[in-house]
Design a protein around this ligand. Sequence first.
Ligand code: ATP
Ligand code: MN
Length: 475
Amino acid sequence: MTHRKVAELLAAAPTSQTVTVKGWVRTFRSNRFIALNDGSTIHNVQVVVDFEQTPEAVLKRVTTGACLAVTGKLVASVGSGQAVEIQAESVAILGDSDPEKFPLQPKKHSLEFLREKAHLRPRTNTFGAILRVRHALSFAIHQYFNDRGFYNLHTPIITASDAEGAGQMFRVTTLDPVNPPRTEAGAVDYREDFFGRSTNLTVSGQLEGELGALALGLIYTFGPTFRAENSNTPRHLAEFWMIEPEMAFYDIHDNMDLAEDFVKTVIRYALDRCADDLAFLHKRLEEEEKTKPQAERALPLLEKLQFVVDNAFERLTYTEAIDILLKSKPHKEKKFQFPVEWGIDLQSEHERYLVEKHFKKPVILTGYPKDIKAFYMKQNPDGKTVAAMDVLFPGIGEIIGGSQREDDYDKLRTRMAEMHVPEDGLWWYLETRQFGTCPHAGFGLGFERLVQFVTGMGNIRDVIPFPRTPKNAEF
Ligand code: ATP
Ligand code: MN
């Protein structure tokens, strides 16, 4: 490979060395200046063509969207805006782009429009930046756990257990949908199906993750997760990526400490490594915020990220949070849409009040009522609450959900019976509580919610390359 990355050239000294770059044309001005981008950085390299040397037929094909290979001298730029530029000696067209038809014109497109063009939107500044930040965060997550002795455990994507209760599941089947085998009673006979039983796409790798932790000590999963929830919100996808660490010998406090250190560390990594992309996203958000009234404007992106990295998260119990909400102005003035009382599942408006209005920082809530949480959470001595923890972020709401796990065999079985969780599909999970059980804890971080937070994007559909949402699986 003899061509160089744009990112590399922009940082190189202009010693008139001959270089080759390959990339896509962003703009072509005055039949002379090509802004070329190859995805290695948000910045374009300026290519100056000599129109006397370059055949007219080639120049005509240099249009926005076309793909070029350019060879020329890397020299100091005389124009403002860039330190170096390439004086082209040869321009080869690798791929033409019909300027009449190319959807990405050199102007601002709406995010909605770009969702319809998800096959091309990575070529915009905004999506290039988001995808590079997404990669950096993913890398930082693996690095974080690897540095601390966690093993990456690959939990299954196809699962027979639907006991998690985290949401509606997608069925996985090879049965003929028109004429499936039937039981005598007339129901679809899944014993005839590929796995000899009914199977689904996983909603969480946690239960298998626990099996790993109870042997390897510290594990994490980082995989795709599927929820057929028909909720068209800016925070839910049908297919998203989740990071789920699971730790033997951790209690709920160790769990909170890890969660806080973990998100801070990966955000710090993005701040260090993605300075140019974040600076661009910062400006982008600032423009967007200008359209809102002063009082509703969010903190500028870089300030917000620095703030999260520098400040301790507020930790309090669910019960304390309910007291704050009951005493709050919006509650007294009946401004909340949903009622507040002990026992409710906090709505997004409640979480946002606590995070954005009351504490003005990330919040970790613990000690949730057992009836609104999953069966596997450790029961507290009060008999009413469980050792759950949700990490709530400004603008996002819940970014992490976790708990200390119930490690007592009898308590776990009793709770499963109370919650009508069938034991037969989970015998293997229960056995870990019979053979060398121990205190352990873990949590799940929705990767796209983290990317949303770090990039400042309001809609989760814009932080994953090809979003899957109700009625939408194009591309
Ligand atoms: P929410 O109340 O926001 O729907 P949840 O309680 O269903 O979240 P968990 O089951 O605890 O979430 O999942 C762990 C994490 O996965 C959440 O904290 C969130 O970051 C993320 N998450 C959950 N559902 C989705 C989704 N549909 N799309 C993207 N991320 C999600
Ligand atoms: Mn949910």
